[in-house]
Design a protein around this ligand. Structure first.
Ligand SMILES: *Cc1c(COP(=O)(O)O)cnc(C)c1O
Length: 374
């Protein structure tokens, strides 16, 4: 395998169908079968290794642009990537696929929790917490879902710990690594069985596409997930895939810069707290001191952090005092965002603001935040 940034640019070169440097956007939903009748095969009779992933026939199954993004993400994660129309599409697909009786879910993205609640109310799945006593109740085939770094604070949890707990019971560990995409974190290295990403965030990076991924270590899973995705109707769209392929080329540059800037800004806020009367608390992985963190996040921390301010009314008003931060939900884009999180997530402190750092000049962002907080 070539280096990370090389794979981002060239990972899908072998899938190229034309000499174009930037692959064309194929809008076709259907593709002609082979003209040679002797080459026509029935999908059901194929072996796993002969599965026609690379031969598009209907875009709900796959298309040239989805093949390109899946190949690139497979290369950079060392797994088998399956793309979806959104991060929640990916989470719904993995829960449908694994079909657990019990799911341990701690803190995390409210939409994933919403899906777990659907399985609880409609299919009788039991929801457990991530507390040790609950992990003890898991059985073979059950699921531990760990979001790390976690929404909205950007704090880390120990992947290895939860992998061991899950595996001791025959359960599987899914890690939602949206807040720390490669190159920041590799959950497989610490025992994750499946990784999911909302590619709407850092993979996309420009706040202009919706997509998601499941990444598995097993080729057989990929075949099964493809088969189920064809039925669920949740493949990534053609146009989104083309935008995503463009975005992936700069993932390394963007994420490193965003991570570095976020950590600098957090440091400033913590060190200058007395000068910022509205600021109450800062939450970020860079402020955690647990021993596992250096190993799990060797390059840097999530470009997302959270702050709490003195009261709810201050949280409501603070975004309107900022020049360079859009007051908007989501994260991972090149533009910095801030969100009074209570608007979209009913589970958080109403005095909390979630901050996603983009690639603007760090001094400008610090000055902007310092102004608003004083
Ligand atoms: C945004 C997000 C999701 C959902 O992704 P969509 O692409 O919006 O469906 C899932 N997990 C986390 C951690 C997220 O931030």
């Amino acid at each position: 395998m070539a280096g990370f940034s090389t794979e981002l640019i060239h990972g899908a070169d072998s899938k190229s169908r034309v000499p174009d440097v930037t692959p064309p956007i194929n809008v076709s939903t259907t593709y002609s079968y082979d003209k040679d009748p002797t080459k026509l095969v029935k999908f059901a009779e194929l072996k796993v290794e002969d599965y026609p992933f690379d031969t598009p026939y209907y875009s709900r199954f796959s298309h040239p642009n989805s093949i390109n993004v899946e190949e690139t993400v497979s290369k950079i994660t060392g797994g088998h990537a399956v793309a979806y129309s959104s991060g929640l599409g990916a989470f719904f697909a993995i829960i449908t696929y694994l079909n657990p009786k019990k799911i341990s879910f701690g803190k995390g993205y409210h939409g994933c929790l919403g899906i777990v609640d659907l399985f609880v109310s409609k299919h009788g799945v039991e929801r457990l917490s991530l507390e040790d006593a609950d992990l003890e109740k898991l059985g073979p085939g059950d699921v531990v879902h760990l979001e790390t770094p976690v929404n909205p604070e950007g704090l880390n949890s120990n992947i290895k710990y939860y992998a061991e707990k899950a595996h001791a019971k025959g359960a599987l560990l899914i890690v939602d690594a949206t807040f720390a995409p490669p190159p920041l974190q590799d959950p497989f290295k610490f025992g994750a069985d499946y990784i999911i990403h909302s590619a709407t965030k850092y993979f996309g990076g420009h706040s202009d596409l919706l997509a998601g991924f499941i990444i598995t270590k097993h080729a057989k899973d990929k075949v099964n997930l493809f088969t189920e995705r064809l039925l669920l109707g949740t493949n990534i769209a053609n146009l989104e895939s083309a935008l995503l392929l463009r975005s992936l080329k700069t993932l390394d540059l963007r994420v490193r810069a965003q991570s570095k800037a976020a950590t600098e800004i957090v440091k400033y806020l913590v060190e200058n707290k007395e000068k910022l009367p509205k600021l109450k608390q800062v939450f970020h992985g860079s402020l955690q001191t647990d021993a596992y963190i250096k190993e799990q996040m060797p390059i840097g921390h999530s470009p997302v952090f959270s702050i709490t301010v003195t009261d709810e009314e201050t949280a409501r008003h603070l975004p309107s005092k900022l020049k360079y931060f859009h007051h908007a939900t989501s994260l991972g884009g090149v533009e910095s965002l801030i969100e009074w999180r209570a608007i979209s997530d009913s589970h958080v402190d109403p005095a909390l603001l979630r901050v996603s750092i983009g690639i603007e000049n760090v001094e400008d962002l610090i000055e902007d935040l310092a102004n608003a907080l004083s």
